[in-house]
Design a protein around this ligand. Structure first.
Ligand SMILES: [Zn+2]
Ligand SMILES: [Zn+2]
Length: 224
């Protein structure tokens, strides 16, 4: 019998009648029923710009303060479940947990319209310590282009250690890989990241992508 990649409980196979009736994204074959139930996707009403779950369909205060027309789609609210997931996957480096999100990412990407998928990169330092990019770990056979590099010295400290103001003022950490413009010119680029917090990281990335000649840049994040 297979065990759940997240909690190690045995996974019982077979779709229950209850699962057929309730709306759910593609069931993940690597998750037990308990863990699948813990993962509750974002639902309406949401901010039409950043995807935040809220009580109205108005543009949220954070997006209003940005004053731009950025569009981000997210899959899950960044709640206790998602924080626990990210802690184990990203910070404890449990690479098996990429399997938890692969079906959700597959479904979400199938609903996006884009020409080029660009994951937010990790620093060289993270490669050495964690050994993987948490974002590309969620991809299976979806093509992507790693056109961005990130400068470790300019990479913001962990978001939690900063005030919102400090995060918003963080300097541009990204640059374009040589040859990126060939891939980006006149393309609609979809950026992929783990969590939309302030939106600062994605906008920094988009600035560089636009300099590379892209005609549009939007984003998809696992959580908001
Ligand atoms: Zn489980
Ligand atoms: Zn918003």
């Amino acid at each position: 019998m297979k065990n759940c990649v997240w909690c190690q409980r045995p996974v019982t196979s077979g779709v229950t009648l209850a699962a057929m009736w309730r709306w759910a994204p593609l069931p993940s074959p690597n998750l037990c029923a308990v863990c699948q139930k813990r993962l509750r996707p974002l639902h309406a009403p949401q901010c039409p710009r950043c995807g935040r779950q809220q009580s109205t369909t108005k543009v949220c205060h954070d997006c209003e303060r940005w004053g731009d027309s950025w569009v981000n789609h997210a899959i899950f609210p960044y709640d206790a479940t998602l924080k626990a997931y990210m802690q184990q996957y990203k910070f404890q480096g449990d690479y098996r947990l990429r399997l938890v999100m692969q079906p959700y990412l597959r479904q979400a990407l199938a609903q996006e319209r884009y020409d080029v998928l660009v994951p937010i990169p990790v620093t060289a330092e993270t490669w050495l310590t964690r050994g993987f990019n948490q974002v590309t770990g969620w991809l299976t056979d979806q093509p992507f282009q790693q056109v961005l590099t990130v400068d470790a010295a300019r990479k913001p400290r962990p978001q939690s250690s900063k005030t919102r103001q400090e995060r918003l003022q963080s300097p541009q950490p990204f640059s374009l890989q040589p040859g990126a413009t060939k891939l980006l010119r006149n393309q609609h680029v979809l950026l992929l990241d783990d969590v939309y917090t302030t939106g600062r990281t994605l906008r920094h990335a988009a600035t560089q992508i636009y300099l590379g000649g892209a005609k549009a840049v939007t984003s998809l994040t696992l959580a908001r």
